[in-house]
Write a protein that binds this ligand. Structure first.
Ligand SMILES: Cc1cc2nc3c(=O)[nH]c(=O)nc-3n(C[C@H](O)[C@H](O)[C@H](O)COP(=O)(O)O)c2cc1C
Length: 190
């Protein structure tokens, strides 16, 4: 079985820029013989952590929404790329809801996120990419994932669906990043 990367699409728009960017990243992964599965948050309900700490005992999140199937996919994968649209200068709320709950369940379950390879991607019309990347990077670092670099920060410019693909430098950056994720997974023999 080839290694697998979950590419989380944090946009509510099923065919938006975030999705199109991740489709390009998935093509790069496939070229490197790494499987890429895009998991979209469009139409899904991901509530915010309620700090009940039941995951400490139960090793799962007891909130009844669309979290658990996504968690299981991430848990089984060797890589995890998270792409979010920028909303008012920060990541979309649902994306952070998911990452915070994944972090809690992973940490309470012995830290199963550790050693996975991946990182964040931000897409916006004009501004707020860097803070959005920082927000998401906080999750990757505290959960002991391995984050490769690229030729620039993983930010892409675009407003209406399709526009992001015209940002050549942004797309080259994220394609290169996806290649690094694949090569690193293969080198680590995961
Ligand atoms: C609620 C909301 C807030 C937004 N805030 C920003 C912002 O702070 N900066 C920016 O450049 N674009 C902002 N945008 C534009 C989106 O980031 C942009 O359209 C992005 O391409 C959407 O990605 P998607 O097509 O995958 O949904 C905002 C859009 C929405 C709906």
């Amino acid at each position: 079985m080839p290694p697998r990367v979950v590419l989380l699409c944090g946009s509510p728009r099923p065919k938006g820029n975030t999705r199109q960017i991740l489709e390009e990243c998935a093509k790069v992964l496939e070229r490197e013989h790494v499987e890429g599965e895009i998991v979209s948050l469009a139409g899904k309900r991901i509530e915010s952590c309620t700090a009940c700490y039941r995951c400490n005992k139960e090793k799962r999140c007891h909130l009844e929404d669309d979290f658990e199937p996504i968690m299981n996919k991430v848990k089984e994968a060797q890589g995890f790329i998270v792409a979010s649209p920028v909303y008012f200068g920060t990541a979309r709320g649902d994306v952070m809801n998911l990452l915070q709950r994944l972090g809690m369940v992973s940490r309470s379950g012995g830290g199963w996120m550790a050693g996975k390879v991946g990182g964040p991607i931000a897409v916006a019309r004009r501004g707020g990419h860097t803070l959005t990347l920082q927000e998401m990077t906080m999750f990757f670092m505290i959960c002991d994932l391995i984050v490769p670099g690229s030729t620039y920060w993983n930010m892409v410019i675009g407003r209406n669906p399709g526009e992001a693909l015209n940002d050549k430098e942004g797309m080259d950056t994220v394609r290169h990043f996806a290649g690094n994720v694949a090569r690193l997974i293969l080198k680590l023999g995961q």
